[in-house]
Design a protein around this ligand. Sequence first.
Ligand SMILES: Cc1ncc(COP(=O)(O)O)c(C=O)c1O
Length: 510
Amino acid sequence: MDKMMKNHDDLKHRRASIEMTPDQFRALGHSLIDRLADFLGDLPTLPVTRGKSPGELRSLLHAERSLPENGADPNALLSAASELLIENSLFNGHPRFWGYITSSPAPLGVLGDLLASAINANVGGWKLSPMATELETQTVKWIAELLGYPSDCGGVIVSGGNMANFVGVLAARAAKADWDVRAVGLNGKPARQLRMYASGETHTWIHKAADLFGIGTDAIRWVATDKEHRMDVADLRRQIEEDKSRGDCPFLVVGTGGSVSTGLIDPLPEIAAVCREHDLWFHVDGAYGGFAAAVPGISEDLLALSQADSVAVDPHKWLYSPLEAGCALVRDAEVMRNAFSYHPPYYHFAEETTNYVDYSLQNSRGFKALKVWLTIQQVGRSGYAKMIGDDIRLAEALYDRLDEHPDFEAFTQSLSITTFRYVPAYLRERVGSPNAEEYLNDLNKEILVRLELGGEVFMSNAVIDDRFLLRTCIVNFRTSLEDIEALPDIVARYGREVDAELRKEHRKVS
Ligand SMILES: Cc1ncc(COP(=O)(O)O)c(C=O)c1O
């Protein structure tokens, strides 16, 4: 054994099984790109999803196979993988995908990801990624400009909205706790009970943040909302004052610029004023709606995200970047650095360069900025203003169509989110009665399930005042008016079918 280990002849001209010749790589790459170009062209004619069960997918994958002992032909592997995915995926790039908040991916971004992984820059330290780091810095600056946020801010590209919001919370915690929270933590002397404030419309990242960073979800103060479900600033002020007088340490207020359910925008200017008054950190979750700030004529409330100490936005939502790309901006770059940096002896990085490891939770970091950088230049500020504005106009058009339609009750429309429900004509008169409401909830839940399996359109749901609603969110540059106009009849068809079946079970309301 020892002898074998010492014989290194085979390593003289090493040929690792994972390697490819440039010609092999070229041939494989060309056929993959050809396949993907066809796929992109075919997208509008494909079902949004094929609605297969986990069991069916596992059997296609031969999920029971054990780990391969030996290798296989990369060409065969890549074509099999393409077919598996193209035949069995849900396509958020489809013109009729309007679920959750996931955008169609920009084709140039798709190619950017290929380039990024070929370079494989580790954007944790400048010297490991000299051009990639500079390019990320430029991307962050352009994102800030697009939002109307100070462009000399600190910022970092992260995996998505959750992580971008986490960065804001950590920066706030380090900046506003009046003890050295990074060293002492939350329990040692002289720590006090930290308090963060948000409305119940805040996305659930806030639970994870409070939990993971040791603050505890019980420390979140849930601020009341007005009848439009926007934060009630008087209640915010009252709760902060109460907590301060109790000796707690209020440190952070979260305002939302485009809520996940309905796209509502909190009164950000008023929240900013309360934060100034009480010396609290003002964070805006603009993961969904932030980029709408680039659209001329958008609400002044949203534009006030420019006053925040930190902002989370998501290029993989309204910049149409392929997953994953989020972005955290912190007004004061030095404050941001102070929340994350350590200097271990094994990282010999020059202080005068930007080392993103000092500004983020991650250590090794991929090159997510490239796809964003490319599309920002492909379309420019005006291109984004137009596309985002068009998405909003389509959501407005959909609301109007639903509002006029006898089978629907249109509920809300804000930014590019529209909520509504199917209401059979015979129930119109009884809307609001407990029995009818219970039935409408069951009916619309089942409509959604069947729509998801059907593959004609894809949407998700919102719950407002205990009503289960259908919800479309258009962050999709492929959606046109024709797609929107097709929606009411498609949903009504499912509605009639489900209603006919459910009525038999709910005799009490029929
Ligand atoms: C307002 C808001 N914040 C945060 C998030 C979380 O973003 P991500 O899924 O990119 O982590 C979402 C997701 O939809 C969101 O709508």
